[in-house]
Design a protein around this ligand. Structure first.
Ligand code: PGA
Length: 244
């Protein structure tokens, strides 16, 4: 089994150049199987890559366009992210699916564009509260995976993030049992299940990171709010890194 643990921070629409001192405060353990990633807003990507140099922290994008270049005002391509220093890109985050109407087929096209540009796509899936309450969580996520996974689903160039929509930014976390069940279910739908890293995201914080990693099918975290605070992000890295 060659799964990498990935602790990924998603800064969303937060961050100014004055915040780049953050990178000097992050401590990355020297475990070969652990990667630490920050996805700043596109305006900060190149400067973040520079600020992260020598710290062991990787940088990534929060979204990309499916095409390499063209008349797409306001968008950035995967190749541009790569050029700015990115190693990964988040695609299909629920905020993109909700705010920008992204469908599974859009997410797949973006993931394929990311791979073609040499980036690892972090494909987000997750059910809404209504879907969970209706008992549809596993079916919804299976459908999202079926529609969003790139055709070349090489496990080394692909990360999945399970993020229940109702747990994002709300302080609510799925129960350990629910996360275990969802991750086991997700793995069944992956072409290379034992080699593909599957992260959990949704109100991950220092206080719950260790119990989430203890689950065999959880290979790291996608962290929003807590990735803005170096002390919290370091504590999450330690909780996961200590086990690798
Ligand atoms: P949160 O965000 O940690 O603030 O809940 C997670 C995410 O949206 O990736």
């Amino acid at each position: 089994m060659t799964r990498t643990t990935l602790i990924a921070g998603n800064w969303k629409m937060h961050g100014r150049r004055a915040d780049l001192a953050f990178f000097n405060e992050i401590r990355v353990p020297e475990a070969k199987s652990l990667k630490v990633l920050i996805c700043p807003p596109a305006t900060l990507l190149a400067a973040s890559a520079e600020a992260a140099r020598g710290t062991g922290v990787l940088v990534g994008g929060q979204d990309c366009h499916a095409e390499t270049s063209g008349a797409h005002t306001g968008d950035v391509s995967a190749a541009m992210l790569r050029d700015a220093g990115a190693s990964h890109v988040i695609v299909g985050h629920s905020e993109r699916r909700q705010d920008h109407g992204e469908r599974d087929c859009d997410v797949r096209a973006k993931a394929e564009a990311a791979q073609a540009a040499g980036l690892v796509p972090i494909i987000c899936v997750g059910e809404t509260r209504d879907q969970r309450e209706a008992g549809e969580a596993e079916a919804v996520v299976a459908r999202q995976l079926a529609g969003s996974l790139p055709k070349q689903a090489n496990a080394q160039h692909l990360v999945i993030a399970y993020e229940p929509v109702w747990a994002i930014g709300t302080g609510l976390t799925a129960s350990v049992d629910d996360v275990a069940a969802m991750h086991a279910s997700i793995r069944k739908h992956l072409p290379d299940p034992s080699n593909t890293s599957v992260l959990y995201g949704g109100s991950v914080k220092p206080g719950n990171a260790a119990e989430l990693l203890a689950l065999v099918d959880v290979d790291g975290a996608l962290v929003g709010g807590a990735s803005l605070k170096p002390a919290d992000f370091n504590a999450i890295i330690r909780a996961f890194g200590g086990q690798s």
